[in-house]
Structure formats: structure tokens, C-alpha cells
Write a protein that binds this ligand. Structure first.
Ligand SMILES: [Fe+2]
Length: 191
């Protein structure tokens, strides 16, 4: 690839899988993938048509665009409307989210308990920040994989790259007031 050639979803995903194969799920691999995801999100016209078809959907919508063997290295397209934030949830894996269009507000939460009780969690808000086209947010493996997101002044579209496809196992949802944790499989319609 020359410096002037467009960077495609297929090229990014091939690069990401090659990086994981060479470096494992290391911090160096994550940094290299994050840089490439930021490059991908800034390509003119990169927003897949599938996002536009769902423009009028309610709630956040997500579609896995590519994934490697056994769900490793999954690339998701995520649309985050401005009406309400997602619930606080986990992903059972590390990941990085980069905005394609719009502005995303990102709430990073962390667990303070020892994770021994699957039905209860003591969590606190660590930071809130907005990011826009080409800017990313990264989270670590469990239990550092808690967050909430919302579009600002309109729907935000993101590419999200996960170490492993998060839709292969139940997602946890956290109530910060009661400490209750509930579980559900994510589908294309994530409420
Ligand atoms: Fe998420």
C-alpha cells in the first residue's frame, strides 16, 4: 500500500489480524491496531451504507463487519443516537472505539469490588470525555471493560475493534445506584 492509497475495511482487518498473530493481544499490538483504526475512520466515504439504512432506528445499533477465526479480532460498526446514553455495560474483552462521523460522549467506569459476586458490583465513574472523527477511546480486558456512550448533537458512528467478538457471550449491565448486575446477549438492537 502506498501512502496515498485509500485504506479499506478489508485492508484494516487483515492488518489487525496479522498484528494479533505476530504480537498477541499485547499493549504493542493494541497500540498498532488503534493507530490503524484511527486511519481507517478518517478515510473519505468510509461509513458503510449499512449505517445509513439504520439512521432512523431507536437506540444504539451495532453490526459486526468482520471477525477472525473463533471471533478473534472483531470489527463492529456502531451507531449511537443522541437521545439517551447506553446503559453502563461491559464487553468481556479489550477494545478500541474510533468515531467516523459525529461526536461521541464516553463515560469510563471502573469496578471497585473483587468481582466475586456475579449479581453485584461496586462501580464508580472515572472520566467523561467527548471524541470526534479520527479520535478513539480504548479499554482493557475485564474488569477494565466498563463504559457507557452517547452521540452528542446527533447520531455518532464508530468503528469498534474488539479483541474477541463481544456478542458471543452475555454482556453485563450495571446499575451504579443499586449495585445490581444483569446479563443479556447483545443483538443488533442494543438497548
Ligand atoms: Fe460498549
Amino acid at each position: 500500500m502506498t501512502l496515498t492509497a485509500p485504506y479499506t475495511i478489508d485492508a484494516f482487518h487483515a492488518d489487525a489480524l496479522a498484528i494479533l498473530e505476530k504480537l498477541g493481544h499485547s499493549s504493542e499490538a493494541r497500540a498498532q491496531i488503534r493507530a490503524r483504526l484511527e486511519q481507517l475512520a478518517q478515510q473519505p466515504g468510509i461509513l458503510p451504507d449499512i449505517a445509513l439504512e439504520r439512521l432512523h432506528s431507536t437506540g444504539s445499533t451495532a453490526t459486526i463487519l468482520r471477525e477472525g477465526k473463533n471471533g478473534e479480532g472483531a470489527l463492529m460498526l456502531l451507531a449511537l443516537p443522541a437521545e439517551a446514553p447506553t446503559p453502563i455495560h461491559n464487553h468481556n474483552t479489550w477494545g478500541v472505539a474510533c468515531v467516523i462521523e459525529g461526536t461521541n460522549r464516553y463515560w469510563r467506569w471502573e469496578r471497585l469490588d473483587d468481582c466475586s459476586d456475579p449479581a453485584r458490583a461496586d462501580i464508580r465513574l472515572v472520566e467523561v470525555f467527548d471524541h470526534t472523527t479520527g479520535q478513539s477511546a480504548e479499554w482493557g480486558d475485564p474488569p477494565q471493560d466498563l463504559h457507557a456512550q452517547q452521540g452528542v448533537d446527533g447520531t455518532a458512528y464508530e468503528f469498534v475493534f474488539f479483541g474477541r467478538n463481544p456478542q458471543l457471550q452475555p454482556r453485563a449491565y450495571f446499575d451504579p445506584d443499586t449495585g445490581e448486575v444483569t446479563y443479556a446477549f447483545a443483538t443488533d438492537q442494543m438497548k
